[in-house]
Ligand binder design. Structure first.
Ligand SMILES: [Zn+2]
Length: 446
């Protein structure tokens, strides 16, 4: 069902004399709640009156600015709105509490939730369209002190679901390693990352790197609405363990299995056992590849078993890409180059433009105008930095002896494996990102 709110010929606008210039703007169109509920507008006429237009304005502005998340946080009599753009929060506006409440309840209604229920957390979503792009909006509401609610709205651009190895930034070397290890039809390959960081995207890209014409791949995980090309999906039988499901897939001649996230000791142990029968690919929560190995050993409690079965761990961090329209070249000073480990012959690096108040006088009007492409943020979009640790002989020995994450990181560096550090600096030298951005990413807890 298409509501088509915000259009000139729209039913709901007929009885209202909206501002003329508001009519000229293109607003986001809500195309139905994800749970199939049809919002009861008649029963919520007052809410619609107070909240529909501001809710649409807010979501429209967020999508115009490419925000992937909006947060409405009540603070006393007002609410602070923040837009998250490429993973970084920017304060958007401060709303009177009443207005924030109307927007929150309206969005809940549009996303198939009960606006009257304010004492319990609720989650829902809606399909929307804006400037001919389709998005899925997901909302999470949670009560806060004083009877108000916090609302988090996530917008996923349906065009930007990147899951192919090349989209994610897998190098030829990495793809070759994945093919090599999975061709042995045993061993465990992990994608490591904090939950919701894109780790699932990496694990799926790993599964997609397997040669699907040569090997039979089974997915034993619930992938929601994601689609894994050339992969047979096998549902877990009620009450079955991961081991039993792997055995069942093996009987159907599975060579490679994509398994559910290995979140518990039980699952981690079973994955080691199962990886003797066929190659397994799964995700594991950790901050980088070395951290994943150390934590996995801890969880399983048997480093020797991990050393015997683990083949490869990949991890990804997202870093913002400098806006190609407004990035500024500068000559880095030699001390800085030495400090961050860049070659001394590096002549030029890039950073976001500085809109300096002081030297306004010298610059002409044209130059001071905020860049339209990035809205003055200096960055536009993100790219993945990938690192991986291959379990080579020295690393296998170190794992078996219970090496910690730092020791493993050091060893991987000695073996010149692709690391966040090396990949990040390559992006800086190529002018794709800035040193400041790299520092921000390394500082963040994810
Ligand atoms: Zn720009």
């Amino acid at each position: 069902m298409i509501f088509g709110w915000g259009r000139k010929d729209d039913d709901y606008d007929d009885d209202e004399d909206e501002d003329e210039d508001e009519d000229d703007r293109e607003y986001v169109l809500f195309q139905g709640a994800l749970n199939g509920e049809t919002p009861d507008l008649a029963a919520n006429a007052r809410l619609v009156q107070a909240g529909l237009l501001p809710a649409k304005q807010l979501v429209t502005e967020a999508l115009e600015r490419r925000a992937e998340m909006i947060r409405i946080e009540p603070k006393g009599k007002v609410a602070q709105v923040a837009f998250y753009i490429d993973g970084v929060p920017y304060p958007a506006s401060r709303l009177p509490g009443q207005m924030a409440m109307a927007i929150t309840q309206m969005l809940k209604l549009l996303c198939g939730l009960d606006p009257r229920e304010r004492s319990k957390p609720q989650s829902g979503g809606a399909n929307v369209e804006f400037t001919e792009n389709k998005y899925v909006l997901k909302v999470d509401s949670a009560p806060v002190a004083g009877g108000a609610e916090r609302l988090i709205i996530r917008a996923q651009d349906q065009k930007k679901v990147l899951e192919k190895p090349d989209d994610v930034g897998f190098s030829e070397e990495l793809k070759a390693k994945i093919r090599e290890f999975t061709s042995q039809k045993n061993g465990l390959l992990l994608a490591a990352g904090p939950p919701n960081s894109g780790v699932t995207t990496v694990s799926i890209a790993m599964a997609r790197s397997v040669d699907a014409y040569m090997y039979s791949i089974y997915s034993l995980a619930d992938l929601g609405d994601r689609d894994l090309a050339h992969v047979t999906s096998m549902k877990k039988n009620e009450g079955d363990t991961l081991s039993q499901t792997i055995t069942r897939a093996k009987r159907k001649e599975a060579d490679v299995c994509y398994v559910e996230p290995l979140l518990t000791a039980e699952l981690a142990k079973e994955s080691l056992e199962g990886s003797k029968e066929c190659a397994l690919i799964g995700e594991f929560p950790a901050k980088d590849a070395a951290d994943a190995i150390a934590r996995f050993c801890q969880l399983v409690g048997d480093p020797k078993a991990v050393a015997a079965q683990l083949r490869l761990v990949c991890s990804q961090k997202l870093v913002r890409v400098l806006c190609t329209k407004c990035k500024q070249a500068y000559r880095p000073n030699p001390k800085l180059l030495a400090k961050v480990g860049l070659p001394p012959e590096t002549k030029v690096l890039y950073r976001p433009p500085r809109y300096d108040e002081e030297d306004e006088e010298d610059e002409d009007e044209e130059e001071r105008r905020v860049c339209r492409r990035c809205g003055g943020l200096g960055y536009h979009g993100r790219t993945g930095m990938l690192e991986f640790i291959e379990v080579t002989e020295p690393i296998r020995k170190a794992i078996a002896q219970g090496a910690n994450a730092n020791q493993l990181r050091e060893l991987a560096r000695n073996e010149k494996m692709q690391s966040f550090q090396s990949e990040g600096l390559r992006l800086v030298v190529d002018g794709n990102t800035s040193l400041e951005e790299l520092q921000r990413v390394f500082r963040s807890k994810d």
